[in-house]
Design a protein around this ligand. Structure first.
Ligand code: HEC
Length: 129
């Protein structure tokens, strides 16, 4: 019996250390699938909630640089499928609708973080005291 418990304990540790980091934030039900899939693969490098620091210096995606006006849905899709110099392609890990759900989840997280794109911050310098 003791042996079985030891083995079970070792297995639990192994599983816990191999998985990608889980999310820390709750999201509305419609974004849950995207969140789950993101945290099966992407969070390994992009960190929990896409906030980095994960591995391989992968950037934080909940960032102005990745808002739709700076990095479109198609740009994200292409990054996932083809990778970049530094990011290995993730093609084949998800089908097209799963990729869409990951993008929806990322967009939701960006808006929940209330990121403001650079050009939306319109300061009228003449009115400054
Ligand atoms: C093995 C690590 C790794 C995994 C897994 C990974 N990425 Fe990346 N990702 C990176 C790195 C490293 C970069 C920075 C690439 C660069 O600067 O060229 C990056 C960059 C990106 C970018 C920005 C690209 C750019 O040109 O600025 C997006 C968007 C992105 N990843 C999305 C994802 C999504 C979504 C997933 C899951 C489907 C994912 N990544 C999985 C490592 C990873």
């Amino acid at each position: 019996m003791k042996k079985i418990i030891t083995i079970l304990f070792a297995l639990t540790l192994l599983v816990a250390s191999c998985g990608a980091p889980p999310p820390t934030k709750k999201v509305p039900a419609e974004f849950k699938t995207g969140q789950t899939n993101f945290h099966k693969v992407c969070s390994n490098c992009h960190g929990p909630d896409a906030m980095s620091p994960g591995n391989f210096k992968a950037p934080r995606l909940i960032d102005e640089d990745y808002l739709p006006e700076n990095f479109s849905d198609d740009d994200i899709r292409e990054t996932i499928n083809k990778g970049t110099d530094k990011m290995p392609p993730q093609k084949g890990k998800f089908n097209a609708s799963e990729v869409n759900q990951i993008i929806k989840y990322l967009r939701y997280s960006q808006s929940a973080a209330e990121l403001i794109p650079d050009h939306a911050i319109d300061i009228d310098e003449e009115d400054e005291i």
